[in-house]
Design a protein around this ligand. Sequence first.
Ligand SMILES: *Cc1c(COP(=O)(O)O)cnc(C)c1O
Length: 480
Amino acid sequence: MDEQEIVEKLKDLNFTFEPSENERKHYLSQIENYTSEFYTALPNLPTYSPTGYSTEADDNFLKVENTDDFNAILAYIKERIDSHGLQPASGGHLGYIPGGGLYEAALGDYLAAVSNQYSGVSYASPGAVRLENSLIQWVGKIVGYAQGFAGNLTSGGSIANLIAINTAKHNKQINSQNVRESVIYTTQQTHHSLLKAIKLTGLDECVVRVIEMDETYSMLTNAFEKTVVEDVRNGLNPFLVISNAGSTDVGAVDPLEEISNIAKKHDLWHHVDAAYGGFFMLTEAGRKTLKGIEQADSIILDPHKGLFLSYGSGVVLVKDGLKLKNAFSQEANYMQDTVGEYDWSPADLSPELSRPFRGLRMWLPLKIHGVGKFSQCLDEKLLLANYFYVKIKALGFETGPKPALSVVLFRYVPSNAEANAFNKAVVANIHHCCKVFISTTSIDNVFWLRVAILSFRTKRHEVDVLLGHLKEYMATVKAA
Ligand SMILES: *Cc1c(COP(=O)(O)O)cnc(C)c1O
């Protein structure tokens, strides 16, 4: 091809993806309608509809062919996506650990995607990286870290845990020579994302101990220390203990301060999983419950749980920031321009290079509402959990431990039926009724119902709906 031919061909290809101003306005007004309809419908949407159908028409619609009908696209999202499965944005979502979905977080995502700031590297977007680093500083201060810590905004708690575990591995120099005699301490309540992280980092070749817990599902520190001492005596290499600041399963909080003391004494890395519980540090009650968290070597938190953001936000913090940097920074010849007098970059503190500018979705809601409102909302969740705990007992249900944070275990123990089967029927009935959603767990073959209160949309009304439904159900069952 000669130059002239190339120029002619380029003329043919001279189309643009850029929408006109009118087209943009059209999209945005349709999206605004969609948003309003969603928010209007939300209080009455089922919290759970078992995934139903997929018709041939649905499959055809999913084929990536162009269409002029933006409305049809929004209709598909509404009817075929938003109306099935769990409704995580609902205040009636009381299962697993509820997420959030603050509107301002969606706007942050939108703005970040429009300018597409390259937030991985300070050289490329000093402003974006500075904003993210200031959020990391803010979260660090919340958990009580003083100075010299570093962290990263991740896509969620699982990746945050992975980063922390890899940092512990690197810092404690676990390698092919010593991995098999190295020891990690967990409990039965350790989140499975940490077991995944252990697998991903090759640490599943270590000895992984599951330490006994007390009746509140908190690690027994005597048992922990005794095991460490025995392991050392037997020539093993204890290097990592993982504790919970609010386990997903039952909301358990381990004795963080004591675990840190033991970890220091025996030279172990102490990692605290505060994905669910961490932001309760914004409340006075939470600070009491999570006392000593600031002693940990690494901590993770999930803003898409405790700060009510939409999914895609985790935080990892490492007390000695250099340890995080040493575990992740890597040079590359084509990155030479980026090295210099810049702020620490996310790309040097995590496995990611190109990544969304996720700081904006977190900063915008905080900036608009102020931190105080988040503290108040979290206080409300603690109170609602206590309210449910008291009320469900009064209905004759057995409960798990008094809620350390906002998860309550409960079950009914009938005199004339098998308890596990009975409670399975209770939850099936609740899922059928659809007004609120709860989930379940099994511990030592005991089937528990569980309520987890964390959505900013959950108010006393939703808790009362659940209590009312349970009361009615019990009356029907007893009458039968
Ligand atoms: C949610 C959660 C995780 C996993 O976080 P994701 O954001 O879902 O990846 C880890 N640990 C605990 C305690 C959690 O509640």
